[in-house]
Write a protein that binds this ligand. Structure first.
Ligand code: C5P
Length: 234
């Protein structure tokens, strides 16, 4: 039984504003990707981390991994990514050695996930759940709308009960064969890996997520992430 983490880090990060690919932007001087790699490697159960690099950035990512202190017991692989997150994850999965039985998929854009959350996901998979996602209740009420292309006010279609909704984070944990099957068969556009497994008809379960596992997407998220890091060091 061996666990690997695949980190899709090939996105441009357009919503963050102009600059380097998102995963290579720094938080308090260290690239977001390095924070994310450490977050996975800090779990004693993770023995391999596969980083899916920006298409033209594999060498740069290899250099970054060599420059930064990382746990010695962990193995690292770097592969170039694809045009979509889904394709990047598929390329990462294709690089896994045969003896990996559990896979985590973790967004480079969630650099500050605590190790306890990572361990809770792995433990749930090892306890027999084939697909596990960390998630939190929502603060906002969510409405489904009919999107308008021209900027006119969007009609509301429905308001799902907030108490039944969860905001889903990563790392998402899977039985390796199941996730490989999902990536081989589901072609529809999705925004997370668990939804591909859902489409196979397999039950996905939720474990408690963590506030600090938030996704760095917009400029304000960089401010928050640096504040969290400063507080950890204090
Ligand atoms: O765009 P979004 O925030 O959903 O991206 C989530 C993660 O997927 C990020 O870590 C990003 O680098 C990664 N990604 C990727 N390949 C792409 C697009 C996104 O690895 N083509």
């Amino acid at each position: 039984r061996r666990t690997a983490a695949v980190i899709p880090a090939a996105g441009r990060g357009v919503r963050l504003g102009p600059g380097a690919p998102k995963a290579l932007r720094t938080l308090n001087g260290t690239p977001m990707l390095i924070h994310a790699v450490r977050a996975m490697a800090n779990s004693r159960a993770v023995s391999l981390v596969v980083v899916v690099a920006p298409q033209d950035g594999a060498t740069e990512v290899k250099n970054l991994l060599a420059e930064h202190a990382l746990p010695e017991r962990t193995e690292f692989l770097v592969v170039p990514g694809g045009d979509t997150r889904q394709e990047s994850v598929r390329l990462g999965l294709a690089a896994l050695p045969a003896d990996i039985t559990t896979v985590l998929v973790h967004d480079a854009a969630r650099p500050l996930v605590p190790v306890d959350t990572v361990d809770a996901v792995i433990e749930a998979v090892h306890d027999g759940a084939p697909a596990v996602v960390p998630a939190l209740p929502l603060a906002d009420t969510v409405k489904q709308v009919e999107p308008s292309a021209d900027g006119s006010p969007e009609p509301v279609v429905a308001t799902p009960q907030r108490a039944q909704l969860r905001s889903v984070q990563t790392p998402q944990g899977f039985d390796r064969a199941l996730l490989a099957e999902a990536h081989a068969t589901v072609t529809q556009d999705v925004t997370d890996d668990a939804s591909m497994v859902e489409q196979l008809g397999v039950q996905v379960v939720v474990v408690p997520g963590h506030e600090e596992a938030f996704k760095v997407t917009r400029p304000l998220d960089l401010v928050l992430a640096e504040a969290v890091l400063a507080r950890r060091r204090a």
